[in-house]
Design a protein around this ligand. Structure first.
Ligand code: V55
Ligand code: FE
Length: 485
């Protein structure tokens, strides 16, 4: 019997879904642009079995992949668990065997040494494979259209590191997938590796470097010439794991570092710039002009993860947890280790930044992000993982400075958006933005489609699901030309 904890983490808006299925030809309100031919994949954490611990946290759920397949104005939908090694072992045992988030000391003895990954953080097509990703493990490969799981890859024995991040970038110039891994030589190690996977799916580069301290390295930036790593003191230790504390805690006494690694050079040329403590997780984009490196990320004064509490017990501060898109500039030619410039780009309280990914690694002129507008009413129940209610989508035109938002209404939470070009060669930002909208009162989710440069007008179409999805992390669009052989 699936006895989930009667806690906020598993009830209300976080009630498990666990449903796998297929729907041909979703009900559509409005009109889906008929030239869109491709896939939008997104993933949410969803425990297959009741967790071993009642206080199990959102990031520990098994990856449930959702696929919206667009063809000639119609959309087919599919939901499948990523069949990780963990998922298969637990399915065989018909119960949870893996314990707390990133703490193997809490696992059933029968799974000691097995890959703990959940593939629950991001899904992205590269080399005609769907990469289903969790930053503590190698990449899991799935079929982009059937969502059948192929299994973990070490790129034919080439990858020496043990982990593959959940936020790879595709360099539109080379077509390479640029990725990294932290804890690359084992749990809690300071070892990291930077990798590039070419359009044929071959690992063509792997460079190791050591981070100044172990921490959650959730995202990074890639420019044409550099890979850029922000270290924020979301830290851990064997002491924490032995004490049964959450894997991560926030340590305000530690500095922030920005590590800049020449992409095609060796790790000895890497530089670490330093700044006082703050919090930053996702990266909108990065680019460089000669030795000057620009890195755009939502920045908060303090911890944004209440479930990874302050290591000294300082209470979570929701005001200091508000993040604002910020540009950091560092210069590889500068003599010191200080940031050259820190500049706030918007006063929206937002996270989950996206761009037109055809401009990844290069200067971008359009950006979108989720915004939490606290002045708007909310009629839904509580129970969000982060405590945050993302109720708006914002568009920023960085050329004109114009910023616009769309509010989803008092019953709806917005999942991370994704940009789709109108046609493969359309101008930057000319296209559509898709986002899953969860109505937490009626308990249905829609995939909403916006004109990306006119989001304030609201969706031009909604594909309607007969269920509500769980809150998700990340997803990506792939044009049909990237799917078929
Ligand atoms: C995040 C999400 C994770 C994770 C680490 O911010 C960081 C995101 C869904 O899992 O393991
Ligand atoms: Fe993320």
């Amino acid at each position: 019997m699936a006895n989930f904890p009667k806690t906020p983490g598993f009830t209300g808006t976080l009630r498990p879904v666990r449903f796998e299925g297929d729907l041909r030809d979703l009900e559509i309100e409005g009109e889906v642009p008929s030239q869109l031919n491709g896939t939008y994949h997104r993933v949410h954490p969803d425990a297959q079995y009741a967790p071993l611990f009642d206080n199990d946290q959102f990031f520990n759920g098994d990856g449930m992949v959702g696929l919206f397949h667009f063809r000639g104005g119609k959309i087919d939908f599919k939901l499948r668990f990523a069949r990780t090694d963990k998922w298969k072992l637990e399915r065989r045992a018909e119960r949870a065997l893996f314990g707390a988030y990133r703490n193997p000391l809490t696992d059933d003895a029968s799974v000691k040494g097995r890959i703990r990954g959940t593939a629950n953080t991001n899904v992205i097509v590269h080399a005609r494979q769907l990469f289903a990703l969790k930053e503590d493990s190698p990449a899991l490969l799935m079929d982009p259209l059937t969502l059948e799981t192929h299994g973990y890859t070490d790129f034919g024995g080439k990858m020496q590191g043990q982990t593959f991040c959940a936020h790879p970038k595709i360099d539109p110039v080379t077509g390479n997938m640029c990725a990294f891994g932290y804890a690359a030589k084992g749990l809690l190690t300071r070892d990291c590796h930077y990798m590039e996977v070419n359009p044929a799916g071959e690992l063509v580069l792997e460079t190791f470097f050591e981070a100044p301290y172990y921490c959650m390295m959730h995202d990074f930036g890639v420019t044409q010439d550099y890979a850029v790593f922000h270290l924020v003191p979301i830290v851990s230790s064997w002491e924490r794991l032995k004490a049964g504390l959450p894997h991560f805690g926030f340590d305000t006494s530690m500095p922030v570092y920005l590590g800049v690694l020449p992409r095609h050079g060796d790790a000895s040329a890497m530089r670490w710039f330093k700044a006082p403590t703050l919090f930053a997780s996702h990266v909108m984009n990065a680019f460089n002009d000669g030795t000057r490196v620009f890195f755009d990320t939502p920045v908060a004064k303090n911890n944004m993860f209440p479930f990874f509490p302050d290591v000294r017990g300082t209470p979570f501060n929701p005001i200091e947890a508000m993040s604002f898109l910020t540009r950091w500039t560092v210069d590889m030619a500068s003599p010191g280790d200080a940031f050259e410039k820190v500049e706030r780009l918007t006063d929206y309280f937002g996270e989950f930044p996206r761009i037109d990914d055809r401009y990844a690694t290069q200067p971008h002129h359009h950006g979108w992000l989720l915004v939490s507008d606290r002045d708007q009413p909310f009629d839904g129940p509580g129970g969000r993982a982060s405590g945050l209610i993302m109720n708006c989508i914002a568009h920023i035109d960085f050329t004109t400075g114009k910023q616009t938002t769309w509010w989803a209404g008092s019953q709806t939470i917005v999942q991370e958006p994704c940009f789709i070009p109108r046609t493969p060669n359309a101008a930057e930002g000319d296209g559509y933005l898709v986002a899953v909208l969860d109505n937490v009162v009626t308990n249905y989710s829609d995939l909403a489609i916006f004109d990306a440069r006119h989001i304030a007008d609201g969706p031009i179409a909604r594909a309607k699901l007969p269920l509500r999805l769980r809150p998700a992390l990340h997803g990506n669009w792939a044009d049909a030309s990237h799917l078929a052989a």
